[in-house]
Write a protein that binds this ligand. Structure first.
Ligand SMILES: CCCCCCCC/C=C\CCCCCCCC(=O)SCCNC(=O)CCNC(=O)[C@H](O)C(C)(C)COP(=O)(O)OP(=O)(O)OC[C@H]1O[C@@H](n2cnc3c(N)ncnc32)[C@H](O)[C@@H]1OP(=O)(O)O
Length: 248
């Protein structure tokens, strides 16, 4: 089982210690600052792209510049997704995660905190790029936020599972550009299955959406969770990603 002591007070994607030592934590920390800085800048670019009213010639010029920058980044890039990597603090991180990924400009990014009781919490504000109905958050994004915040409930219990189902009820539209708060908690643990519930509330403390979900530790992952934290998660040496269930 994962070492519960070590799962405390960490962001969702840093809930587990990595079995792989970091060669040069100082250099890696500097790289992380640059990576998250780039993601933040591109996130701001995406938001500006949605909202800009500049004229067509300017848009074309900016597009050309962005294409140049894209080519520069692709000069050295990995083929596929990031999977799990070891960070400078020796934690396992999913830097590419669509909701919490530090390197992912598509991620808001959510910062999910939790404790050993399995309760999780996340304050967030979603901008124009997450729009569904005019002025409100897209329903799929609402579900993704709930999936992530409820999904970190089992992770904080040492039972990181995949979503078997997520039943979302939309009570009222979720506003864009205003502070929101999402919470998750345990309803019931049944062996490798964790039933969780959660909700999103708006700035007026009204529930905009709620969900009940089942997270299941996949059969292929269970043998890893029977061992101490250091052996968990099936990452390959050197912090390479473990992306395929068949990898374990
Ligand atoms: C694990 C190591 C990694 C460690 C490192 C973690 C670091 C990150 C930490 C924290 C992150 C937390 C944040 C995550 C948030 C986002 C989560 C997502 O978006 S996940 C993507 C969407 N979900 C899928 O793609 C699942 C696709 N489905 C499957 O893969 C399988 O169906 C799975 C895993 C759900 C179950 O498959 P089976 O082969 O392992 O096991 P079977 O025998 O089918 O089911 C086991 C038990 O669960 C019940 N079950 C399964 N599905 C059910 C369902 N839909 N409804 C009711 N029961 C269900 C079954 O009836 C069975 O119950 P009985 O043991 O007999 O009591």
């Amino acid at each position: 089982m994962f070492n519960r002591e070590r799962t405390r007070r960490h962001m969702t994607d840093g809930a587990f210690a990595s079995p792989f030592p970091v060669e040069d934590p100082v250099a890696l920390a500097a790289l992380e600052v640059a990576q998250s800085g780039l993601a933040a800048a591109v996130r701001a670019l995406a938001d500006a792209t949605v909202r800009t009213r500049v004229a067509a010639p300017d848009l074309a010029a900016v597009a050309e510049q962005v294409e140049t920058l894209t080519a520069r980044l692709l000069a050295e890039a990995q083929e596929g997704p990031l999977g799990l990597e070891t960070d400078s603090a020796g934690r396992l991180r999913d830097h590419g995660n669509a909701m919490v990924g530090m390197r992912n400009p598509i991620a808001p990014p959510l910062v999910v905190t939790g404790d050993e009781s399995g309760s999780t919490s996340c304050a967030l504000t979603l901008g124009a790029g997450y729009e569904g109905p005019p002025g409100y958050v897209h329903g799929g994004i609402v579900a993704a936020v709930l999936d992530q915040v409820l999904g970190s409930v089992p992770a904080h219990l040492g039972l990181p599972g995949m979503t078997a189902y997520l039943n979302t009820t939309y009570r009222r539209p979720t506003p864009l550009g205003a502070p929101l708060h999402c919470r998750g908690w345990v309803e019931r643990v049944d062996g490798w299955k964790v039933h969780a519930r959660g909700e999103i509330r708006d700035a007026q403390d009204l529930v905009t959406a709620e969900a009940e979900a089942l997270f299941v530790v996949p059969r292929w992952a269970r043998e890893h969770l029977d061992r101490p934290t250091g052996d968990a998660a099936g990452t390959a040496p050197g912090g390479e990603a473990a992306q395929e269930p068949s990898a374990s």
